[in-house]
Design a protein around this ligand. Structure first.
Ligand code: ATP
Length: 307
């Protein structure tokens, strides 16, 4: 029987996102408190016919069609790059593969959608190459080193849970999870924001920032306390590029969110609610107005093989 591997990986929000000044290497150092949400990408990998190369099919019905259409299906898809890099690291030829990506994470939304796909692909390739070519399986630490070459958020999508990300966000220190449940509403925008553009707008604003001790935040004792500690240094930059976002943040807080904030580089807004019922109620109301508002719970596990 032909080899079929299923894997999934979670979206992230940055509960805290501190961004330093642009370094001489062209990157911004960051100090991020990453949190994984149970909004997962699902990836299926099947062995392709010999000589057919890599084919990618992307679909999903919970995010706007424009988001699905914005995902490339050629060699520029992060999943394609992952397959090539992973095989190369093992000293093997890139296998022929048919890849199906079920997208649930808004695209170019600051929630690491492409990185989650790459993380799921790393886990899937680890298994595929083991089954098909008898290669030894790599550890999560080894996968994270490869993941960091693909994108700064990929290592976190492998680990999931709650973690600090430093360097460019790729150096992960896992933390114990929060002691309470968190309920989120994620408002996707019809248009995406490119991460480099948001960082460039951040540079223009010339903001003074300081890195703080994020480990201590894992000890917060309630959603209200957590909400009061959430910050994002990129938020003003995202507002300057998409002014409607600041009004959306205000509206979500008026609708009962403990705290609403741009997620990472945006434009998705992550709103924290006191209860699942309240998050669902606001989600329904917004969906009926044509806003894509997805609900999710925090603390999801990282990329994994699915049965
Ligand atoms: P991050 O939060 O990590 O900065 P993001 O969530 O804002 O990323 P992505 O959804 O990862 O952004 O997409 C950024 C761009 O990457 C897209 O506009 C798309 O052109 C390209 N891309 C390549 N591969 C993928 C993929 N598998 N899924 C989504 N986008 C991809």
């Amino acid at each position: 029987m032909s080899t079929i591997i299923r894997a999934s990986a979670p979206a992230k929000v940055n509960l805290v996102f501190e961004v330093g000044q642009l370094g001489s290497d062209g990157y911004h150092p960051v100090n991020s408190l990453f949190f994984a949400l149970d909004l997962s990408e699902e990836l299926t990998l099947a062995k392709g016919e010999a000589g057919t190369g890599i084919s990618i099919y992307v679909h999903g019905d919970s995010i706007p069609e424009a988001h699905i259409n914005a995902v490339p299906t050629d060699h520029s898809n992060l999943v394609h790059k992952t397959a090539v890099l992973f095989a190369q690291k093992l000293g093997k030829a890139t296998p022929d593969l048919q890849i199906d990506i079920h997208k649930r994470i808004p695209v170019a939304g600051g929630m690491a959608g492409g990185s989650a796909d790459a993380a799921a692909m790393l886990v899937a390739m680890n298994e595929f190459m083991h089954q098909e070519h008898g290669t030894e399986k790599l550890s999560i630490e080894e996968l994270a080193v490869i993941g960091a070459e693909l994108g700064s958020d990929v290592p976190f999508c492998l680990y999931g849970g709650l973690a600090i990300g430093t360097g460019r966000g790729e150096m992960i220190t896992p933390l114990e999870g929060l002691s309470f449940e968190t309920n989120w509403l994620l408002c996707a925008s019809s248009k995406g924001l490119s991460t480099p553009t948001v960082f460039a707008a951040f540079d223009e604003l010339d903001t003074e920032t300081q890195f703080t001790d994020l480990a201590e935040l894992s000890k917060t004792s309630s959603p209200t306390e957590l909400g009061s500690r959430m910050t994002n240094d990129l938020e003003q930059a995202a507002f300057s590029l998409m002014p409607s976002l600041s009004q959306q943040v205000r509206e979500l807080e008026e609708l009962g969110a403990i705290r609403a904030m741009v997620s990472g580089s945006g434009p998705t807004i992550a709103a924290l609610f006191e209860s699942e019922a309240k998050a669902n109620e606001v989600s329904k109301a917004l969906n009926s107005q044509g806003v894509v508002a997805l609900t999710a719970k925090g603390g999801a596990q990282g990329a994994r093989l699915d049965g």
